[in-house]
Design a protein around this ligand. Structure first.
Ligand code: AMP
Ligand code: MG
Length: 359
């Protein structure tokens, strides 16, 4: 491996802000047609969010977008009393009425759980009921710890996405279980912001919610947005950029949130079959897809699956493209975006394009 994975905790912590910066090359402050650029920053969902929109009415539209983010945070937070997720968790064992928005995300997550389980001997890579483990490892309250094996085994008994029941406007989970929409909520939020901005008459905008970037239309001059993808081993570096319009680019990686204990790094993306942070040989997974929620669900799931099964998912289920950074120094690009991905100049990674047909 060319560099040590997770090397330099302080350097990376210092770079956490950079990790969530708008990793987008906007190219100037206005479009060729002189449309004015408006920006807004908000810290929500534990992430710095950067919103950019162009043209008349963009400032008001961004205010609507910020309000929508605040509203969604109140609905989707697992820790905020009164949120849909909080209600589902505290009423475990009985059906709870939730918004269509919450229900839609849960359904998207469950379908990715099912698809991933099919490709992984029945073991899902995405499972929203993994929350008790996320909590036990300290990722909810940031009081990080490594649970003992017995504790992990006991908590794993509560993890089973097949027991989440979606009804007509309701969700029910088994007593003792808890869910967390952390793997999809930001993707859903970026997707929703596209509608909010569009309804306000905006045709050119881009939002960056941590590792989730989503674009509405093109830049005002008609060219595509260039979204930089962070180097998981270098908080100040990028591995390249992908050009998009009307699409989401969502990245999941162990470098985004982690702690160290006894010289070992533990990150926030769990393998629901082991109850521990996934060790799949990937440093990051970026998914490019029309739908932000799906992109977010997939980026987490494919990270857990590891490269080979992730590529099987891409080949058999499809509907997205992806860029994987592997621990052994490779950037794997699916062939549907080979022309829109530009590796960083002089990158030390080996760039490999994979075809949808051959392995
Ligand atoms: P993401 O950053 O989108 O990859 O999502 C990671 C977040 O989703 C974590 O912070 C947890 O809250 C939650 N999570 C971690 N592992 C999983 C998993 N395997 N399935 C579902 N949610 C997960
Ligand atoms: Mg995700």
């Amino acid at each position: 491996m060319k560099k040590s994975a997770y090397g330099g905790l302080l350097r990376l912590l210092a770079g956490m802000a950079a990790a969530v910066l708008l990793t987008v090359t906007l190219g100037g402050c206005g479009g060729a047609d002189g449309e004015k650029k408006h920006t807004r920053e908000i810290f929500a969902m534990d992430t710095l969010m950067e919103l950019t929109a162009y043209g008349d009415g963009a400032d008001d539209a961004l205010s609507d977008a910020v309000n929508k983010i605040k509203e969604l945070e109140k609905t989707l937070s697992a820790t905020l009393e009164g949120s849909d997720v909080y209600k589902i968790n505290s009423a475990a064992g009985t059906a709870v009425a939730v918004s269509d928005e919450t229900l839609g995300q849960i359904r998207t997550a469950l379908s990715v759980s099912e698809n991933s389980a099919r490709l992984n001997s029945g073991r899902p890579a995405l499972d929203i009921t993994v929350y008790p483990l996320v909590n036990a490892w300290g990722f909810v309250n940031k009081d990080y710890r490594v649970p003992g094996d017995d504790e992990i085994v006991a908590l794993l008994k509560k993890v089973d996405y097949t027991r989440v029941e979606c009804g007509n406007g309701t969700v029910k989970i088994p007593q003792g279980s808890e869910i967390d929409l952390g793997a999809v909520a930001k993707g859903y939020t970026s997707q929703t912001l596209m509608s909010v901005l569009e309804d306000d008459g905006i045709s050119s905008a881009i939002v960056s919610l941590g590792g989730n970037v989503q674009a509405l239309g093109t830049k005002p001059d008609g060219s595509k947005w260039n979204v930089a993808i962070q180097d998981p081993l270098d908080a100040d570096g990028v591995i390249g950029s992908v050009s998009i319009s009307d699409e989401a680019v969502v990245t999941s990686g162990g470098y985004q949130r982690y702690f160290e204990s006894g010289g070992v790094t533990y990150h926030h993306i769990f393998d629901p079959s082991t109850g521990s942070p996934a060790r799949s040989g990937l440093l990051s997974t970026s998914v490019v897809c029309d739908d932000g929620t799906t992109a977010d669900a997939l980026s987490t799931a494919l990270f857990v699956l590891g490269l080979d099964k992730a590529l099987s998912y891409w080949r058999t289920v499809g509907g997205f493209e992806a860029i994987f950074v592997t621990e052994d120094g490779r950037i794997i690009v699916t062939d549907g975006i080979k022309d829109s991905f530009s590796p960083a100049e002089g990158t030390e990674y080996e760039v490999i394009v994979v075809s949808s047909r051959t392995k």
